[in-house]
Design a protein around this ligand. Sequence first.
Ligand SMILES: NC(=O)C1=CN([C@@H]2O[C@H](COP(=O)(O)OP(=O)(O)OC[C@H]3O[C@@H](n4cnc5c(N)ncnc54)[C@H](OP(=O)(O)O)[C@@H]3O)[C@@H](O)[C@H]2O)C=CC1
Ligand SMILES: O=C(O)C1=N[C@H](C(=O)O)C[C@H](O)C1
Length: 239
Amino acid sequence: MILTAALSRTQAGKDVGIVNRIGEWGISLTDSVEDALEQGQPDVWIDFTTPEQVKRNVELAIDAGVRPVVGTSGLTEEEIKQLDERCREQGIGGIIAPNFALGAVLMMVFASKAAKYLPDVEVIEMHHDQKLDAPSGTAMKTAELISREREEKKQGHPEEKETLEGARGGYRDGFRIHSVRLPGLVAHQEVLFGGPGQLLTLRHDSMNRESFMPGVKLAVEEVMNRTGLIYGLENVMDL
Ligand SMILES: NC(=O)C1=CN([C@@H]2O[C@H](COP(=O)(O)OP(=O)(O)OC[C@H]3O[C@@H](n4cnc5c(N)ncnc54)[C@H](OP(=O)(O)O)[C@@H]3O)[C@@H](O)[C@H]2O)C=CC1
Ligand SMILES: O=C(O)C1=N[C@H](C(=O)O)C[C@H](O)C1
């Protein structure tokens, strides 16, 4: 794979390798998506930007015939549908993955299987304190996969009341998602299943950002041979 361009507002004009402390690469960072898409005829647009920026970036990439591989969280279901249609119109593939760590994908898939037999579940996601969105994209995708397998159920005591607002976390499809933000954390998630006399805990930890790279590489290879936008790396893994 060859890096053709790289995007940044704050470091625009500087060499991407120097900024990342891996020696000079001869590629200047740009703050223009249009310029980045024109440099070196790229096949793939890799996006880890912000929830505000990602939609525009991906639309411009697709319109230029460049396949999106997106890690940025925050796209709505409706936006993903629109982007899928745009990819199909252009006859190109794309992947949006809420989490590129293969272990995290396995955790989500295992959680959906467990929910069939242990429908009482809560999700606790833990991230670094610079994260902009809550809950994480991973937690939302976990909830989506769990809901597909879990019988409909409203958990907990029907008369439960919060004496401190938010104490029971966010509510989705009958169960709770809790978001923890602390310096020192990278990206972590526990899925807790409770049953009479038993507790099953599935946990995944990203210790650093290297954890996402094998999944990004897999996605970049896959989009070259597909048409339409795939949501979730589990859809291209042999599970
Ligand atoms: N799916 C996955 O596996 C993963 C997903 N993520 C997601 O990726 C996103 C980014 O997270 P993270 O890496 O922590 O955030 P960072 O703030 O570390 O990185 C965001 C990057 O995008 C650049 N950027 C943002 N907006 C613009 C813009 N308008 N023009 C040019 N460059 C821009 C920033 O550069 P500058 O500030 O210089 O503009 C920066 O380099 C989040 O949504 C996060 O949830 C993160 C890790 C893994
Ligand atoms: O912001 C992050 O760091 C991460 N974001 C993604 C998410 O929202 O789930 C993936 C991973 O958890 C890291």
